[in-house]
Design a protein around this ligand. Structure first.
Ligand code: NAD
Ligand code: TYD
Length: 351
């Protein structure tokens, strides 16, 4: 292990993290991947059961806000790279419990930065702190325009404010202490293993169970959607070929109004469930809007496209179809996850 990369991936039991861990473990047998995850409600080791016994993979259960633990881990394993995904990630939860977002997303990032800096400050060569962030830090667009890497930060939710704060600290550690870092800001992900509190898996689960589909406000909010495996390949490219101290925006070239997306989802679900066309759309229910709801996110991903040659591999229709198939074929995963914390959260959020 001594000459190869020892990569700490945080939040690897979550949605995006599990796809990144799998990609790196399988594609780079010469690397060792350490997955540090606190296994909060969003972390699920079932996501990684297919690779858990690989020789180049180690899971560590732990909290990134635990300074003593994180410092010990850096000293013990001497991680030369970090891909940092661990976070509280759901906007609605950030509205009801903002402090936990500050703790994990800001303090947790600071703890990692400090341990990384302290271990390597005498020699930062061939080291990297790669921070995974969101397009939501840029705030809300009107009906036109795109987020560029140079767009000023203007976060509106406690979630996006906490992610913006963590991005600022990463950059500040680069400027102040010289740590080698890269940041990427990605649009909304969808795909297999996403916790069913986010729009697409929540609605798939509700359609399966004939429950109402709670569309916030008038549904005329726009998001750019990217298939999670395409985000993982972008992360792989940026990790290996990205320029230090730079930001990369990652997006799907794929904007949808929520209501149009939900109708497409309903149509695909009707076909796959053998229901008559229009059956699932009858479940659409307009509910009270999310406070501070951002009107539109849209990404200019031309930098990663031009500089690193990255482009999404699937169309939205294909990605959505694969996603639905996965949830239909993995009902046990859904059933396991929708018990416990999820049930009480759902009651609080939608009752
Ligand atoms: P997720 O909520 O599915 O997973 C988060 C993971 O982090 C979980 O496994 C959880 O157990 C772990 N975690 C949470 N708090 C922790 C702590 N204190 N210590 C250690 N582990 C902890 O999130 P996701 O959707 O996979 O997002 C991953 C990252 O990507 C986040 O940083 C998020 O901001 C960013 N991101 C997400 C999206 C998206 O659409 N989901 C888009 C752009 C960027
Ligand atoms: P979400 O998946 O929570 O992602 P984000 O808020 O990070 O963009 O929501 C995506 C969009 O769907 C957002 O505009 C809010 C909307 N939405 C609903 O209309 N109903 C819901 O129940 C949820 C969870 C989201």
């Amino acid at each position: 292990m001594s000459n190869s990369k020892k990569i700490l991936i945080t939040g690897g039991a979550g949605f995006i993290g599990s796809h990144v861990v799998r990609l790196f473990v399988k594609k780079y047998p010469e690397y060792h991947i350490f997955n540090l995850d606190a296994l909060t409600y969003a972390g699920n080791l079932e996501n990684l059961s297919d690779i858990e016994n690989e020789a180049n993979y180690t899971f560590i259960k732990g909290d990134i806000t635990d300074e003593t633990l994180v410092d010990e881990l850096f000293k013990k394993y001497r991680f030369n790279s970090v891909i940092h995904l661990a976070a509280e990630s759901h906007v609605d939860r950030s509205i009801s419990d903002p402090l936990s977002f500050v703790k994990t997303n800001i303090i947790g990032t600071m703890v990692l930065l400090n341990s990384f800096k302290n271990l390597w400050k005498s020699d930062f060569s061939n080291k990297l702190f790669y921070h995974i962030s969101t397009d939501e830090v840029y705030g809300s667009l009107g009906h036109t325009g795109l987020f560029k890497e140079t767009t000023p930060y203007d976060p509106n939710s406690p979630y996006s404010a906490s992610k913006a704060g963590s991005d600022h600290f990463v950059r500040a550690y680069g400027e102040t202490y010289g740590i080698p870092y890269i940041i990427s800001n990605c649009s909304n992900n969808y795909g297999q293993n996403q916790f069913p509190e986010k729009l697409i898996p929540l609605f798939i689960n509700n359609i399966i169970n004939n429950k109402p589909l709670p569309v916030y406000g008038d549904g005329n909010y726009t998001r750019d959607w990217l298939y999670v495996k395409d985000h993982a390949t972008a992360i792989d490219l940026i990790f290996h070929k990205g320029k230090l101290s730079e930001t990369y925006n990652i997006g799907g070239f794929n904007e949808w109004k929520n209501i149009d997306l939900v109708k497409l989802l309903c149509q695909q679900m009707d076909v796959k469930l053998g229901r008559k066309q229009g059956a699932s759309e009858e479940l659409i229910t307009f509910v009270k809007d999310r406070p501070g709801h951002d009107l539109r996110y849209a990404i200019d991903a031309s930098k990663i496209n031009k500089e690193l040659g990255w482009y999404p591999s699937v169309t939205f229709e294909e990605g959505l179809s694969k996603t639905i198939e996965w949830y239909l074929n993995n009902q046990t995963w859904l059933d396991n996850i929708t018990s416990g914390d999820y049930e009480s959260y759902y009651q609080r959020q939608y009752s």
